[in-house]
Design a protein around this ligand. Structure first.
Ligand code: 4NP
Length: 152
């Protein structure tokens, strides 16, 4: 059974699809595609069914990464299905843990920035209402975190 990772943000159109597609890119590069499965979700219902934000896709494309996927909301079955649930910021983290009514899955839920090796940020900043630099920064931060996660 492959290792299953779920990346979670608020809208599932900027940060978590970037994390999912960056991780898939690294997994393919390392020849580990048959050992890991990645998915992403949002804590909100705001953008269900939408493709990744075009500003986010443009920033990813500058790093050679194509963003694929359609937004979906996090649901309770995800606690059972995934081995690791990676929140982009502390609000996402709290919102996920609030859904874990019995506290039985809390060990699976982590902040993705805990895996960064080169950045000291604790959270992936929400780029949605900002400019191009914010989207570029999300990609660089997530490349650092995903490399750290993959290389353990
Ligand atoms: P994400 O970014 O959580 O990284 O997908 C956002 C997307 C949409 C909104 C906020 C953040 N929004 O408020 O609609």
């Amino acid at each position: 059974m492959p290792h299953q990772l779920l990346f979670v943000c608020l809208g599932n159109i900027c940060r978590s699809p970037s994390a999912e597609n960056i991780m898939n890119h690294l997994i393919q590069r390392e020849g580990l595609s048959d050992q890991m499965i990645c998915d992403s979700a949002g804590t909100s219902s705001y953008h269900i069914g939408s493709p990744p934000d075009r500003r986010m896709a443009a920033a990813a494309s500058k790093r050679g990464i194509t963003l694929a996927g359609q937004a979906r909301q996090f649901h309770l079955e995800d606690f059972e299905k995934f081995d690791l649930i990676l929140a982009m910021d502390k609000e996402n983290y709290r919102n996920i843990l609030t859904l874990d009514l019995k506290g039985q899955y809390s060990d699976k839920v982590k902040l993705i920035c805990d895996f960064c090796r080169h950045h000291s940020d604790q959270e992936v900043p929400d780029p949605y209402y900002g400019g191009t630099e914010g989207f570029n920064y999300v990609i660089d931060l997530l490349l650092d975190a995903c490399e750290g996660l993959l290389e353990g």
